[in-house]
Design a protein around this ligand. Sequence first.
Ligand code: AP5
Length: 210
Amino acid sequence: MRLMLLGAPGAGKGTQAKFLIDKYNIPQISTGDILREAVSEGTDMGLKAKIAMDNGQLVSDDIIMGIIKDRLSKDDCKKGFILDGFPRTIVQAEELEILMKELNIKLDYVISLNVADDEIVERITGRRVSKLTGKIYHIKYNPPVDEKEEDLIIRKDDNKDTVLKRLEAYHEQTAPLIGFYKEKGIFKEINGMQKIENIISELENIIEGK
Ligand code: AP5
């Protein structure tokens, strides 16, 4: 199973990907997570990416394609994968097609989680991430069972000003992917404003062809 989760920042891609990893035993490939790791390690790539990320802009296509080429060639991707937050531009989608042709593989589904912009702001500003486990929480919608047990952090780009810029980047540069994948006949969409559990079961229905 090769899936791509599409959606605005905070639409719930990471939350859903975490369930899919366990259920289907395939890796999540989050370009955002890979970039954040590079930033915290202070690598050359991290230093280049940091400025764009802190400003709510997209990182350059050549950096992103370098990450993806490297990641998709790893053994754990042979049985499938979930792309989370990639591709995010038409250029990235076209380059992914070329890469997948070389690897002789295809995407099964591109699934969009649709969430209204005002809800996105609420979700992003209330998000907390466990430093220890990487689990994603929300102070109101999905709080940790025992807050004291989790070392919770707020992502540097999770503030109102930056989220508005990220939303702008999504509508201008990423939303055109909807038309791109509709034409390929692999596009599906889910109302992302439902409860987390309902979205999981809709995803399962799509994946299992129900
Ligand atoms: P990235 O890390 O990919 O961030 P993003 O796309 O902005 O997405 P998020 O991680 O913010 O949200 P999500 O959809 O995963 O939502 P989550 O499940 O956490 O990218 C960060 C930056 O890196 C970009 O801005 C860019 O600079 C760069 N970058 C990354 N990839 C790139 C690429 N391909 N090209 C160029 N640049 C790239 O949920 C959010 C919150 O909502 C949580 O608190 C959660 O608990 C809550 N929640 C989830 N589902 C629900 C629900 N159904 N109901 C209520 N609350 C919910």
